[in-house]
Design a protein around this ligand. Sequence first.
Ligand code: IPE
Ligand code: IPE
Ligand code: MG
Ligand code: MG
Ligand code: MG
Length: 290
Amino acid sequence: LSAFKKYQDRINLFLAQQLNACDASDSELKSAMAYSLMSGGKRIRPLLVYATAESIQCDLLIADHIAAAIEMIHAYSLIHDDLPAMDDDDLRRGQATNHIKFGEATAILAGDALQSLAYTTLAQTPIDAQIVVDLVQTLSQQSGLLGMAGGQSLDLISENQTINLQQLETIHAAKTGALLCACVSMVVKTKPNLNQTEQLLFQQFAKNFGMAFQIIDDILDVTQDTKTLGKPANSDTKNNKATYPSLMGIAGAKSKATEHINLAYQALADLPYPTDLLNTLAKVVLNRDH
Ligand code: IPE
Ligand code: IPE
Ligand code: MG
Ligand code: MG
Ligand code: MG
């Protein structure tokens, strides 16, 4: 889709600018940061930010900062997720994982520094200082103890354990859903005039989008090959993770994901804004092959 290509190019350019603005000189750490941040990826989170911005007419110069900050947190989370102490994977986006390429210590630090750069970038958002503070608070909450990092912790603790569907839902909502919710809610927060109902509908859209996203990720882990995924197939099986396919089978998981995407569509349909791009993004997430 040409709108997606346009925004992918836009975020790639902006991310490169932010990284290069850090320091004129190159260093091992900066190379490691660039290696993971600039290695492509689907850029789903930035697309979600831009699609929400289009919907409620948020200035794209503001959206750039939100999209970049979230994508930097995402890149950091992937570097750490692949470490031997976590999922212990050696392939990401079709190339060696950060720690395979640069060593564990540098990979850990690249994740740390990307997290810091996310907040440098967010602090520079061209909008009222009061809103910037609100954005910083939202992103830090959604990536921290009660969000991504907390979810990752539960995900690891649950390896080799039997957990129920409700517990798995909690893990997925935190480790993956929280950042995807941030993509929508941070843009919504730039428009303080949106009423309560509208805010709630955007939140419902994002929550369901996030759940579907991780359920599909779990399905792809056991149905696609390594080449298509660009990351090792059957990583979850190797680590004896609790996943949707392991709890309810592939067909059950697929229908659960479809259910969530239908709820996401429903939320969009109830909003008094154009939501074409958000709709398309939801469809892409459900039908993706990697
Ligand atoms: C992978 O995210 C990690 C999950 C939260 C499932 P993506 O599937 O968005 O990874 P990239 O950024 O496109 O590589
Ligand atoms: C990771 O989930 C979620 C993150 C917060 C990074 P996974 O461990 O399933 O992600 P992949 O499959 O390695 O991309
Ligand atoms: Mg993981
Ligand atoms: Mg993983
Ligand atoms: Mg996975």
